[in-house]
Design a protein around this ligand. Structure first.
Ligand code: MG
Length: 375
């Protein structure tokens, strides 16, 4: 595949409702999309950074800079036989996993279209249907959270995840567990606690949680390895894992029993497959986490979630939970049993709504291979 051109765009999209985590509240999203042209076929990727460096060190603006000044000039004009050959070319650029993932994933979409197959099958996916959970932001009070949980359960979602932070944890969990004693429940702290809080975190054990996600510092696998033997609840790592080397270290040191794979955080489909392979070999279940993506990122998440290691319900849910109108058609829909059917169309399997994307775009930059620039 000869990469003829790359277009980078920034879209402004407003979430249906504000989303609160331990690191802040988000409602207005600045979404970056990559449109890649190779051998005359267009593929799409999304850069899943947040606006601020609060989840990881990347932001919408750092990704714009890295893609503009390094990644796009590097990939345009390259000739590769598969999208899996792209990551080695990007290796000289350290870090910036989400920026790289957006670029690489767009080429996966191209390759799947060229091979006339759905992306999920090209990746090696084996599930025709993926199971979905929801991630609920921090609420003002336990009563409103209980009401929200009830709503989501009535939509069929198979796992409820609650965002927590110190002062908004045990009281919220108690309220939810009292009303729903048997649901599959987990919590996500987004690094809001410290190892000295181990006694407090042990209190979570009585709620029979599927997992506690990333309780300690975002870059500290060792402290999680010290915490796990002190609590019964399984630790799931999210922020700590950027590649297969990290996940080997985490599992072998006993820092986690479950892994959340975010396609952007690990740098794209090639790395995500490696991470899930490492986990499968060690019998550690994985699931797909979300970054408040638009439909393009959501479609890539669905493709990744069909891989055999993804045995737990992920955070990929219906478009309408986030957007009044998504940029893909049809929007992602969740069935009454809380599942999404992997699409059968070639590539992403959803149509990208170009007209809507144009309307939402606030800035664009394009690169063309010199051989095609004059045509
Ligand atoms: Mg998380």
């Amino acid at each position: 595949m000869k990469i003829e051109g790359v277009t980078l765009r920034e879209l402004r999209m407003r979430l249906n409702a504000p989303f609160e985590t331990s690191f802040g509240i988000t409602q207005d999203r600045r979404i970056l999309l990559i449109e890649m042209l190779a051998d005359g076929v267009t593929g799409w990727g999304e850069i899943t950074t947040l606006e601020s460096p609060s989840y990881n060190s990347e932001t919408t603006d750092t990704a714009w800079h890295i893609i503009s000044d390094f990644l796009a000039p590097l990939v345009v004009g390259q000739n590769v036989s598969t999208a899996a050959e792209l990551p080695p070319l990007l290796e000289p650029i350290r870090g910036h996993y989400m920026a790289k993932a957006g670029v690489e994933n767009a080429l996966w979409d191209v390759e799947a279209q060229q091979r006339s197959m759905p992306l999920w099958k090209l990746l090696g996916g084996t599930r025709e249907e993926i199971t979905c959970g929801v991630s609920l932001g921090i609420r003002e009070n336990p009563q409103s959270l209980v009401k929200k949980v009830e709503e989501e359960l009535s939509c069929g979602y198979q796992r409820i995840k609650l965002k927590i932070k110190p002062g908004k944890d045990l009281n919220f969990l108690t309220a939810v567990r009292n009303v729903f004693p048997n649901i599959v429940l987990s919590v996500d702290a987004n690094s809001a606690y410290r190892l000295k809080d181990a006694d407090h975190l042990r209190k979570f054990d009585e709620f029979d949680l599927l997992m506690i996600e990333q309780p300690l510092e975002w870059d500290d696998i060792y402290s999680h390895a010290l915490l796990q033997p002190k609590i019964r609840t399984a630790i799931c790592l999210d922020e700590c894992i950027s590649n297969d080397r990290h996940v080997i270290g985490a599992i072998e040191s006993g820092a986690c029993k479950i892994v959340n794979i975010k396609l952007g955080r690990v740098g794209g489909h090639t790395s995500a497959r490696k991470v899930q392979d490492v986990c499968r070999e060690r019998k550690v279940p994985v699931w797909c986490g979300g970054m408040l993506e638009s439909g393009v990122g959501r479609a890539h998440n669905i493709a990744m979630s069909t891989l055999p290691g993804f045995t737990l319900p992920g955070d990929v849910s219906a478009s309408q939970r986030y957007w009044s109108q998504d940029i893909i058609e049809p929007p992602v829909d969740v069935g009454p049993m809380g599942t999404i059917t992997a699409p059968n169309g070639f590539g992403l399997g959803y149509n990208v709504n170009r007209e809507l994307i144009d309307r939402l775009t606030v800035r664009t930059r394009s690169w063309r291979d010199a051989a095609y620039a004059s045509s």
